[in-house]
Design a protein around this ligand. Structure first.
Ligand SMILES: [Fe+2]
Ligand SMILES: [Fe+2]
Length: 358
């Protein structure tokens, strides 16, 4: 089958751009060798949470999805949003399914099976919504054609933990905003985000537990990696969303205020496990990120230039973005203390302790 036979959307999702959602693979054997027995109770508790399947009946489209969206505002941008979300969800679905294939530990296997179930449901729900608009992704083609990025297990844990939590923060922030300003709800799918994001929060809780069970991942030189991934995940979103300002404006959101809310919430939550988080209150922090946005605009204006001057300018601009990110990375991180630690989400169960877990 040639590329021409792929739908335009599927081939677009396959493109390997720097800011595109990725598919990951890792050293499954090393993960299989991890010792988790000392926290078995807690892992079993969270396994029970997944088994409960809070959102079993949630992802069903209602009659509202059947209306015509031909004239909806910014339809292509909405489709782009669905496509990126679907690819990211499906990426989680595949990674967690691979974990099930390779791991021996029955508790971990079962947890990954449940999380793969959730992500498969999320991807499917998004894809059906895309199909309603005539642009479904061929997930089977994505699975076999998309390149897989290899990450060491610890990097998978930092990155996946953060994408689950930032995913939660993104969905809940949009949901709350549209609850206040329903006139901007351009599609019914946004009503599904509240319960949906609880799945993401719960997935993040599992990775938090997994990292806490391997304490060396959270100290020493690894703290630098924690800071690196915090910055990578937040700045990637910031640059991506800056490029999509019009989409957020269609939802009645200022992309910058939206992203800053999401980044703040994600950093607050991350204090449940990380010893440091990003200095979001240091004015220099957004000075650097906003400079990256300006440089990225310059870079985009150079897209397609194949002449030496254009290419040199692009390389120079990429280097300037790198320096700004490095400067943001070098700002002193905020240490997690008893006073600023995240104690859990209101209404969301925390581990009740070994004697209370029944
Ligand atoms: Fe998901
Ligand atoms: Fe998730």
């Amino acid at each position: 089958m040639g590329m021409t036979e792929l739908s335009l959307t599927t081939s677009h999702a396959l493109q390997e751009a720097v800011l595109t959602p990725r598919f990951y693979t890792t050293d499954f054997a090393a993960i299989d060798h991890m010792q988790v027995d000392h926290m078995r109770d807690e892992f079993e508790w969270i396994r029970g949470e997944f088994a409960h399947d809070y959102n079993k009946g949630h992802f069903v489209r209602n009659a509202e999805f059947g209306q015509s969206f031909d004239d909806m505002p910014e339809r292509p941008l909405f489709l782009d949003f669905l496509e990126r979300s679907c690819t990211a969800e499906f990426s989680g679905c595949l990674l967690y399914a691979e974990m099930v294939k390779h791991l021996q530990d029955p508790t971990l296997r079962s947890i990954f099976q449940y999380m793969s179930r959730d992500e498969g449901r999320h991807a499917g729900f998004l894809n059906k919504t895309m199909a309603d608009l005539g642009m479904a992704l061929d997930l089977r083609v994505l699975q076999t054609r998309k390149k897989y990025t290899y990450f060491k297990p610890k990097f998978i844990f930092y990155a996946t933990y953060l994408s689950e939590k930032i995913g939660y923060a993104r969905y809940i922030t949009i949901f709350r905003h549209l609850q206040q300003q329903p006139a901007y709800r351009i599609h019914p799918i946004f009503k599904w985000f509240e319960k949906w994001c609880n799945d993401e929060y719960r997935h993040g809780e599992f990775f938090s537990l997994l990292m806490r069970s391997q304490p060396e991942l959270l100290r020493g030189t690894n703290v630098r990696w924690v800071r690196f991934f915090l910055l990578a995940v937040c700045s990637t979103m910031y640059l991506n969303d800056a490029r999509r300002a019009t989409f957020y404006a269609t939802l009645g959101l200022d992309w910058r205020a939206y992203d800053q809310t999401v980044i703040r919430l994600t950093n607050q939550i991350a204090r449940e496990v990380f010893p440091v988080t990003l200095p979001v209150d240091n004015p220099r922090f957004y000075e650097h990120l906003d400079a990256c946005v300006g440089l990225d605009r310059k870079l985009q204006a150079l897209t397609g230039r194949k002449d030496p001057v254009g290419m040199a300018l692009a390389a120079q601009t990429r280097a300037a973005i790198g320096l700004r990110l490095l400067a943001a990375y070098r700002l002193p991180a905020v240490p997690t203390t008893a006073a600023n630690a995240w104690t859990g989400l209101v209404g969301f169960p925390n581990y009740p302790g070994p004697h209370l877990a029944a």
